[in-house]
Ligand binder design. Structure first.
Ligand code: ATP
Ligand code: MG
Length: 202
């Protein structure tokens, strides 16, 4: 049985919090690979507040290029309209068939938000979900989610503690806007790309 990880996100920009979580889940769940899926149009974020998708996609490419088991998908970029995880998982199911185990990786913050996502009860039937820890979020918060989702859907969620890295894209964007260094929080190639393209300056 093949197992594949899927790491969705806005990645505006991608940072070591994303990369390290993906790596620890890859090892822990013995995944053949992890596919990063940058969102085309995140449904929960205002469009004018998000960096154009091609920039975010390229930064994910740069950050993952040297990992033989990391891949990047254009699926959500090439689809019109908002990027819903339900649609993405449906597509992955179509491509990989019922024999592949799909593990959708999310931080606890994102997971707690899932009852607002499109078709979420159906979404949980399409894949397993790995809930990685993130500073500021406690695994006990999952109790509330369990009450909302019910026993059957909640079984699809696998809590998974990872090295806690207090890094967020919002904080990185603020740092860059204010001229602060972001070195050692993001891969060098991504820092260089953001500087060259003059991203996050205003
Ligand atoms: P923003 O601050 O703009 O929301 P972010 O840092 O949360 O950015 P996203 O692209 O929103 O990054 O997150 C994509 C996925 O990665 C989400 O499931 C999120 O919970 C997870 N994630 C982000 N940062 C971390 C981190 N430091 N540790 C663990 N998981 C993380
Ligand atoms: Mg986020």
């Amino acid at each position: 049985m093949t197992s594949i990880g899927i790491m969705g996100g806005t990645f505006d920009p991608i940072h070591y919090g994303h990369l390290r979580a993906a790596e620890e889940v890859r090892q822990g769940f013995q995944l053949e690979r992890v596919v990063f899926v940058p969102s085309g149009r995140p449904p929960h974020k205002a469009i004018d507040e998000v960096t154009p998708p091609e920039h975010r996609y390229l930064m994910v490419e740069l950050a993952t290029a040297d990992h033989p088991h990391f891949e990047v998908s254009r699926l959500e970029l090439d689809r019109v309209g908002p990027s819903y995880t339900f649609d993405t998982l449906l597509e992955f199911r179509k491509v990989y068939g019922p024999e592949t185990d799909l593990y959708f990786i999310t931080g606890l913050d994102a997971l707690l938000d899932t009852p607002t996502w499109k078709n979420y009860p159906e979404m949980f039937k399409l894949a397993d979900f790995v809930a990685v820890t993130r500073p500021g979020y406690d695994l006990s918060a999952l109790d509330t989610l369990k009450a909302t989702l019910g026993e059957a859907l909640f079984k699809k969620i696998h809590p998974f503690p990872v090295t806690l890295l207090a890094i967020s894209s919002s904080d990185l964007r603020r740092k860059m806007r204010e001229g602060e260094s972001v070195r050692y929080l993001i891969p060098d190639a991504v820092v260089k790309y953001a500087e060259k393209e003059r991203l996050y300056l205003d």
